[in-house]
Ligand binder design. Structure first.
Ligand SMILES: NC(=O)c1ccc[n+]([C@@H]2O[C@H](COP(=O)([O-])OP(=O)(O)OC[C@H]3O[C@@H](n4cnc5c(N)ncnc54)[C@H](O)[C@@H]3O)[C@@H](O)[C@H]2O)c1
Ligand SMILES: [Zn+2]
Length: 363
């Protein structure tokens, strides 16, 4: 079991990697008095399996529990579901000393995190991420929120958890597409921050990417530590450091939006986006061609696309690309690679270079 001491926004908390879901109640019982109320938020497919195990353990440890179930999928990240959960919390008699446990992928983490931040102006939150993406990314950093019809993640707040409890063995049941989704973020951490991690992923071979094995616990811990370290230095995304984690995400988000969030999983779009950003880096003389090729090879080996199989109308892509730049300035700015393991943010990219990179990625 690995423990990472994290701090953000003046709040210290632990990220524990390698403890089982069954061990979490004992851990919580050490700080919370018996009889404390706990709301476990899970989506429909997790509630029946891990939700029941967790609830039984919590009851045995002396907690009073309520399982709060929402439908699976991004469609549940709404104000309507948040209101439903808030009202369930009130009806279950949760008070200021109560806890909310977010058991599931990033959808549940964002939604339950938002509810924990706003119910009674904040109750203690435990993140129990169950997807690879949530374990290495979404559960760490305190970003919570929901979508509105005008756009994804437009409503929310920063709210740090009290604990992040990562049980990597639950990834054994994760559907393959969602596994690959998380692989894109893992490769991203190696590319922007950690050449040793990148090298380990290359050495791991195809078998490493096939699915969960014991080797993954160390890799997940490594990624979680990178995210925690970056968030600690730049908790509210004001210093440009946290922006490094957006590598590949400008083009990725634009591609997801331009295709109505139907054609690509987030990780697939980001994979193409990372490769496009590597092309831009190369064209601007920052990155050696051989390193751009290494990134492409690793992404492909993970089963991720580096070229769009079907082109997207360029004007539509550019419209979303410019909108994604958060209206901060007119020109599109990029996170670019200087080498594998080192990225820098805020690069202005000329339309000619961007055009060439997008074309190289089939866009
Ligand atoms: N807060 C952040 O910093 C942050 C960062 C990245 C992404 N996100 C958000 O995360 C969301 C995406 O999260 P996600 O990819 O985890 O999707 P998700 O939460 O929808 O989970 C994916 C699917 O896998 C199922 N599932 C989860 N764990 C499982 C397991 N162990 N075994 C079997 N099935 C399992 C779920 O029921 C769901 O159907 C997006 O809404 C995104 O905006 C947030
Ligand atoms: Zn991402």
């Amino acid at each position: 079991v690995k423990r990472i001491a994290a701090e953000a926004d003046g709040q210290a908390y632990d990220i524990v990697i390698g403890g089982s879901i069954g061990q979490l109640p004992q851990h919580m019982a050490r700080v919370a008095p018996s009889g404390t109320r706990v709301g476990v938020v899970a989506d429909a497919s997790i509630a029946a399996s891990y939700g029941r195990t967790l609830r039984r353990g919590l009851n045995r440890a002396g907690f009073y529990t309520r399982l709060l179930v929402v439908p699976s999928g991004e469609g549940s990240k709404t104000l309507r579901q948040a209101e439903r959960l808030l009202r369930s919390c009130a009806r279950a008699g949760l008070d200021r000393q109560s806890w909310l446990v977010a058991l599931g992928g990033g959808v549940i983490g964002d939604l339950a995190g938002f509810v924990a931040a706003t119910y009674l102006r904040g109750v203690s939150l435990v993140q129990v991420p169950t997807t690879l993406l949530a374990q290495v990314d979404a559960s760490i950093g305190g970003k919570t929120g929901v979508d509105i019809p005008e756009g994804k993640n437009l409503v929310g707040c920063f709210y740090q958890p009290w604990l992040v409890w990562i049980d990597p063995t639950v990834l054994r049941t994760l559907p393959k597409a969602h596994w690959r989704n998380g692989l894109a973020e893992v490769i991203k951490y190696g590319a922007v921050q950690d050449s040793a991690l990148f090298g380990d992923l290359e050495k791991g071979g195809a078998a490493l990417f096939r699915g969960f094995s014991a080797r993954w616990t160390r890799i997940i811990a490594c990624c979680a530590a990178i995210k925690a370290r970056i968030v600690e230095k730049d908790p509210l995304e004001t210093q440009g450091l946290r922006a490094l984690l957006n590598f590949g995400h400008s083009v990725g988000h634009a591609l997801e939006a331009a295709t109505g969030y139907r054609r690509y999983l987030h990780g697939e779009a980001v994979s193409i986006g990372m490769y496009a950003a590597a092309w831009v880096s190369e064209q601007m003389g920052l990155l050696k061609p051989v390193e751009r090729i290494r990134l492409g090879t690793l992404l492909s080996r993970a089963g991720l696309p580096i070229r769009a199989p079907v082109p997207v109308r360029r004007s539509r892509l550019m419209e979303f690309l410019e909108r994604d730049k958060k209206v901060k300035e007119a020109s599109v700015r990029f996170v670019l690679l200087e080498r594998l393991g080192r990225a820098t943010s805020g690069h202005r990219v000329s339309p000619v270079i961007l055009d060439r990179a997008l074309s190289a990625c089939g866009l």
